[in-house]
Ligand binder design. Structure first.
Ligand code: COA
Length: 254
């Protein structure tokens, strides 16, 4: 299974498990992620959700080949279902990030509650480099936590940034040594699971109350642009260049 799930002591752990392709996420994997989150949401014995990758890779983001073959179409696409389930989760979500977290791998963290990074974590939002634009409210949420200029640097240049910078920006709660990451993140999730579930749910709902509508509206706006840009020649050039292992040439597009 490219997405593996495990439930223990009130913690529902969801793990990216496709290391040979750097945990790149296909439509089928997005559906599995959405199903896993919905299962966790509906299971009263689940009190916290933990999202993790592999020690050397969190996720390389969208599977670029699958993305071209099965471009997401609107709010009913698997990726949109996954992100709606994550953004709307009533239970606390903890992320444990090690290695690269590319594209949606970083975007999804903006919808988590606690984010822990290993010292080898590397974040990137390379949408402009792929001829695309931000997705799933990252154009709003990153600026809210980091300020416009820092968010603009990450979203416009799309260059990777390291764990310590992510912590300074407010994207990450704490940076820990790689060999301690899962133990530490699981212990934090266990603390949440031991607290009264109704208090945690109410706290999360109240903290997000003033954002929910704005997040939904921004997601819809971004999705419209993203869908159009995915079908445009700039994205085709960027994706082709990745698989041909060369630099893309955007000079012919105005
Ligand atoms: N989609 C599809 N396949 C991907 C992928 C992706 N997003 N990311 C990696 N892969 C595949 C590679 O094609 C390669 O497959 P192969 O062994 O059949 O040739 C394999 O995974 C290993 O990737 P590689 O690039 O050799 O690993 P690396 O350690 O040198 O680099 C990354 C890791 C994550 C930095 C690099 O793979 C990368 O930049 N991936 C693309 C990220 C991206 O643009 N994501 C989309 C965001 S919207």
């Amino acid at each position: 299974m490219d997405i593996s799930c495990n439930k223990a002591s009130g913690i529902f752990t969801i793990e990216f498990n496709r290391p040979d392709k750097k945990n790149a996420i296909t439509a089928a994997m997005y559906q599995a992620l959405a199903d896993a989150l919905n299962e966790a949401e509906g299971d009263p014995s689940v009190r916290a959700i933990l999202i993790a990758g592999k020690p050397q890779i969190f996720t390389a983001g969208n599977d670029l080949e699958d993305f071209l073959k099965n471009p997401p179409k609107g709010t009913d696409s698997p990726v949109a279902r996954f992100m709606a389930a994550l953004s709307g989760a009533s239970k606390p979500v903890v992320a444990a990030v090690s290695g690269a977290a590319v594209g949606i791998g970083t975007t999804l963290l903006l919808h988590c509650d606690l984010v822990y990074a290993a010292d080898n974590a590397k974040f990137s939002l390379p949408f402009t480099q792929l001829g695309l634009c931000p997705e799933f409210a990252s154009s709003m949420l990153l600026a809210r936590i980091a300020g416009h200029q820092r968010a603009a640097e990450k979203l416009m240049l799309g260059e990777p940034f390291l764990a310590e910078e992510a912590r300074e920006m407010g994207l990450v709660n704490k940076v820990v040594p790689l060999d301690q990451l899962i133990t530490f993140a699981t212990a934090q999730a266990a603390k949440l699971a031991a607290l009264p579930a109704s208090s945690i749910r109410a706290t999360k709902r109240l903290m997000k109350a003033d954002q929910s509508e704005a997040i939904e509206a921004r997601m819809a706006d971004e999705m419209k642009h993203f869908g159009q840009m995915l079908a445009a020649p700039e994205a085709k050039e960027a994706f082709t260049a990745f698989f041909e292992k060369r630099k893309p040439d955007f000079s012919k597009f105005s």
